[in-house]
Design a protein around this ligand. Structure first.
Ligand code: SF4
Length: 66
């Protein structure tokens, strides 16, 4: 099975919430830290929305690796 590795660079993340809107199965915007967190790394494979989140992150804080 092909598994995608997804990470958020917290130094870059500005907490805009776009990734959570696009891909709530994987990303959660922590309102205390103001940073996006990965709640389910395997979600990229079944939800298929990590690429869209990566493309739409305004500061390119999302990193996807196959
Ligand atoms: S889209 Fe990018 S900047 Fe916005 S919350 Fe997600 S990781 Fe952070």
């Amino acid at each position: 099975m092909c598994t995608m590795n997804v990470r958020v660079d917290e130094d870059k993340c500005i907490g805009c919430g776009t990734c959570q809107e696009i891909c709530p199965a994987v990303f959660y915007l922590n309102e205390v830290t103001g940073k996006s967190e990965i709640v389910d790394p395997d979600g990229c494979d079944y939800a298929g929305c990590c690429e869209a989140a990566e493309e739409n992150c305004p500061v390119e804080a999302i990193m996807l690796e196959e």
